[in-house]
Design a protein around this ligand. Structure first.
Ligand SMILES: *Cc1c(COP(=O)(O)O)cnc(C)c1O
Length: 403
């Protein structure tokens, strides 16, 4: 008889043959600047833990304390019996930090996008999306019966064209939702949210920004992209984010009006039908918001480190793309070369993974580095030295012509 699960092995083997399979690395301990990966002591250069909060004493203490008082699980989904005072407090603190009327916490950022997007736009509506938006946005859009249009990456003129066309559509769209990442994770570029917001207002469209990589990074005290551009919440109605990156924990969230939050928690299936965060997670997230409010030095250090690293890498002759954020791609070109560079860096003691096709276009392979506030000058010099050494060995740095 034919084995009905034989496709599992066949498809996996196929991925391995194409070198598209994930070989999982193992972190032996906390995600700190120097950490143990696959048993080797290396400098962490690719985590999303921008501010080093994942190992911050205040967050750890809050998690331990909440476990003592509230246990390890919430016992239910939030609409039934899993809504603890800790969840309510986190949302109150987050809304205050974001200077929004209200905030809602989801289990993950993915759950926020997958749960909320299909409710904001449905049959007879239009969703307009940047072509490089994150996969969780793409999946949220796929869950909606709304029509979809994609505009060229970061191109407000193209968005304007799409919205003009949409306005002439017959029958008319009931509602229009424009969605963009705030910071794009592969290139580190920032969305032109000021222009997107203005176009949304002009066309009566709702604007939704996913600021997963902008929070804790951009704006006043790391408040994110809406703060960075000084935009009004009347023009950017949905600010979505995650606690899994700069906040150092896990969880998704949206901020905006009280109307948005009341709508979102009554409609998002991911929120209604999936268990709520355990007390330790919620308390650690609240502590992370407190650290951002009370210790602005982390965000300052992140930017100082970013400027130092980018300048040194550019001076060495590396192509570091067009990033405006602590994400610095080191452009290599071919997938094989990017993989070799990453492997050599790892041997020298720097952990930075290659990003290759199909995550980025063919010929655009790169090492994606992500800066961390907890790295010292010495650490940065070590990393820069490693890039120089490996880059020369692999012929990626052209020998400087003598003058
Ligand atoms: C990481 C990320 C997410 C997913 O967030 P999680 O909380 O980790 O599920 C969503 N959107 C963007 C743009 C991201 O970078």
């Amino acid at each position: 008889m034919r084995d009905p699960s034989s496709f599992l092995r066949a498809e996996y083997d196929d991925l391995v043959k194409q070198e598209l399979d994930w070989r999982l690395r193992v972190l032996g301990g906390a995600s700190t600047p120097w950490c143990t990966v696959d048993g080797r002591r290396v400098l962490m250069f690719c985590s999303n833990n921008y501010l080093g909060l994942s190992n911050h004493p205040k967050l750890k203490e809050a998690a331990i304390e909440a476990t003592k008082t509230h246990g390890v699980g919430s016992g239910s989904v939030r609409p039934i019996a899993g809504n603890m005072d800790l969840h309510v407090e986190l949302e109150r603190r987050l809304a205050r930090f974001k200077r929004a009327e209200a905030s809602l916490v989801y289990q993950t950022g993915f759950a926020a996008n997958a749960g909320l997007i299909p409710q904001l736009a449905g049959k007879g509506d239009l969703i307009v999306s940047d072509e490089l938006n994150h996969g969780s946005i793409i999946d949220g859009v796929r869950l909606s019966p709304a029509e979809r249009r994609v505009y060229r990456h970061g191109d407000a003129d193209d968005l304007s064209r799409v919205l003009d066309e949409a306005e002439r559509a017959s029958p008319r769209f009931r509602r229009i939702l424009v969605i963009t990442d705030g910071v794009f994770s592969m290139d580190g570029d920032v969305a032109p949210l000021d222009k997107v917001a203005a176009l949304g207002a002009e066309h009566g469209a709702m604007v939704y920004v996913d600021d997963a990589h902008g929070e804790g990074v951009l704006g006043e005290g790391g408040r994110g992209i809406v703060s960075h551009y000084g935009l009004s919440r009347e023009k950017v109605q949905v600010e979505m984010g995650t606690f899994s990156k700069a906040f150092g924990v896990v969880g998704g969230h949206v901020s905006g009006s009280q109307d948005l939050v009341s709508f979102a928690y009554n409609k998002s299936r991911t929120w209604l039908l999936s268990g709520s965060h355990p007390p330790a997670v919620v308390a650690a997230c609240t502590a992370a918001v407190g650290v951002l409010e009370d210790e602005p030095a982390h965000v300052q250090r992140l930017w100082e480190n970013t400027r130092y690293f980018k300048k040194a890498m550019a001076d060495l002759g590396f192509d570091i793309g067009k990033s405006e954020t602590p994400i610095t791609p080191v452009m290599v070109g071919e997938s094989g070369a990017a993989k070799r560079l990453s492997a050599r860096l790892f041997e020298i003691g720097v952990f930075a993974l290659p990003i290759v096709y199909p995550m980025v276009a063919q010929g655009k392979a790169r090492i994606r580095t992500i800066m961390n506030a907890a790295l010292t000058r010495e650490d940065l010099d070590f990393a820069i030295g490693a890039f120089e050494k490996a880059g020369k060995e692999l012929g990626l740095l052209a020998a400087k012509r003598p003058h």
